[in-house]
Design a protein around this ligand. Structure first.
Ligand SMILES: Cc1ncc(COP(=O)(O)O)c(C=O)c1O
Length: 461
């Protein structure tokens, strides 16, 4: 009789009972059972070590194994497991975290509503934008404009704002009043703009948003939602001209600007919040992920003065009837406060700007491989786009998954954004966003593994 190892038995149960996000039996082979993390290193059940090349899901900003975050969670749980934050009740961690966030964010921000995920943050942003216009006597402003390749989460409205067809196909019909425009994507803008371009992709891509607002009718548009740097869609970094022009356009037509900073917040791009880099202030900020460095789930929206005022001043028959059980969960908020201490004390915004440069410079050397079409990034958030042909920029589709698999075998865990053809093509893009504390030696090793993995995958194709 053969005796199954505990690991084999565990994986049988995984197959039998666990539905994974993006469930795909082939993609799940072979699954890695991760058991431990320390700093930027993950360890699996067989003792193999991997550089955590995506901070798990762009969220373990301060790295793994921070005992003080576990301690603060335990202390809060012992003191008060949970309390509602519904009007009429409150708790110290939620109050303190809201105040702390407002001190760190754009100077026009005034108040925070807490959620437990990025998708729920975006749902809250959409509802708050509609609420704002209704309070202002403009109930027809209900439409949202987002960008092709944007990712905003799994819930129906967030999925409707998401500009990745694969996330729509099996779940349609989507929520009405969500429309998408092409993103500021320098590498492929000539195609995306129909060939006409004078070279300032940032201005031209912002003007496409203006055209959409005019086409829809400004009196019907509630908000534009945009990731400062598009993450899951392929790490698309906008030219510096894009967001300042987009802000002007939103102001011109009375349209709110929602910054989806679920990835870019909490120092990921080398600033506390990414639009700081271009001197732009949004009206609503969605955040999640890095607020707790993933030690517990927490998200939220930050509201500017005027949006907050709409909630405060709303007449009795127009109340903000938006709520969730775990809004302001005390343990999550306590962990977030300690996580922010770490980000501050270790100077991780400034460090990320420097180490992000080292990472991007290293990844730039991948251009020596014929399959690499573009390398881009901001802070610790980089993408390596693969092509079939460098001259035509025909997207590579399938190679990225093989590179990620080769990288895994060599001790680097990264994700591939699968490429697509069609009207808005993008090649397989390897997403690289290690924890903000990753050492110089680890960054250099990550780059070296990427070289080997691309070489091996291309040679086998
Ligand atoms: C920019 C952005 N917004 C929203 C989300 C959704 O966040 P969550 O998965 O926590 O709902 C994500 C997740 O990756 C994201 O990258």
């Amino acid at each position: 009789m053969t005796v199954e190892s505990p690991l084999t038995a565990l994986l049988q149960e995984d197959r039998a009972h666990l539905v994974h996000p993006l469930h795909d039996a082939a993609d799940h082979q072979p699954p890695i059972v991760f058991v431990r993390g320390q700093g930027a290193i993950l360890t699996d059940a067989d003792g193999n070590e991997y550089i955590d090349g995506l901070s798990c899901l762009w969220n373990v900003n301060v790295g793994h194994g921070r005992r003080e975050l576990a301690e603060v969670a335990a202390a809060q749980m012992e003191q008060l497991a949970f309390v509602t934050n519904y009007a009429g009740a409150t708790s110290e961690p939620a109050i303190k975290l809201a105040a702390r966030l407002i001190g760190l964010a754009y100077s026009n921000m005034r108040a925070v509503y807490f959620t437990t995920s990025g998708a729920e943050s975006n749902e809250s942003a959409f509802k708050t934008a509609r609420f704002y216009w209704k309070v202002h006597g403009r109930p027809d402003k209900v439409t949202f404009i987002s960008r092709v390749h944007g990712y905003h989460g799994v819930t129906m409205a967030a999925a409707s704002a998401t500009g990745m067809a694969a996330y729509h196909k099996m779940f349609a019909p989507l929520v009405p009043n969500f429309i998408q425009v092409p993103p500021p994507y320098p590498y492929r803008w000539a195609d995306y703009s129909g060939g006409a371009t004078d070279g300032d992709v940032g201005l031209e891509a912002a003007d496409v948003v203006e055209q959409a607002i005019l086409r829809e009718g400004p009196e019907t548009v509630a908000a534009v939602i945009a990731e400062p740097v598009m993450g899951a869609g392929g790490v698309i970094v906008p030219p510096a001209s894009y967001f300042p022009r987009l802000r002007e356009i939103c102001d011109r037509y009375d349209v709110l600007l929602v910054a989806d900073e679920v990835i870019t917040g909490f120092c990921r791009t080398g600033a506390w919040f990414a639009l700081e880099r271009w001197g732009v202030q949004p009206d609503i900020v969605s955040f999640a992920k890095g607020v707790t460095s993933a030690y517990l789930p927490l998200g939220g929206i930050m509201l500017s003065d005027r949006v907050h005022a709409a909630i405060l001043d709303a007449p009795a028959d127009l109340k903000f009837t938006h709520a969730a059980t775990y809004s302001g969960h005390p343990t999550c908020c306590a962990v977030a406060l300690r996580n922010i201490d770490i980000l501050e004390q270790e100077g991780l915004a400034a460090r990320t700007a420097v180490m992000g440069r080292r990472l991007l410079d290293g990844l730039e050397t991948l251009r020596e491989h014929q399959a690499v079409g573009d390398v881009r990034g901001l802070g610790m958030m980089c993408g390596v786009e693969l092509v079939e042909d460098r001259t035509t920029r025909a997207p590579a589709i399938g190679l990225g998954g093989k590179v990620a698999a080769e990288a895994r075998q060599r001790g680097l865990f990264i994700r591939n954004r699968g490429g697509v053809g069609g009207a808005y093509p993008i090649g397989d893009t390897l997403c690289v966003a290690p924890p903000l504390i990753t050492s110089e030696a680890e960054i250099d090793r990550l780059v070296a593994i990427m070289h080997d993995a691309i070489h091996a995958a291309a040679a086998a194709s």
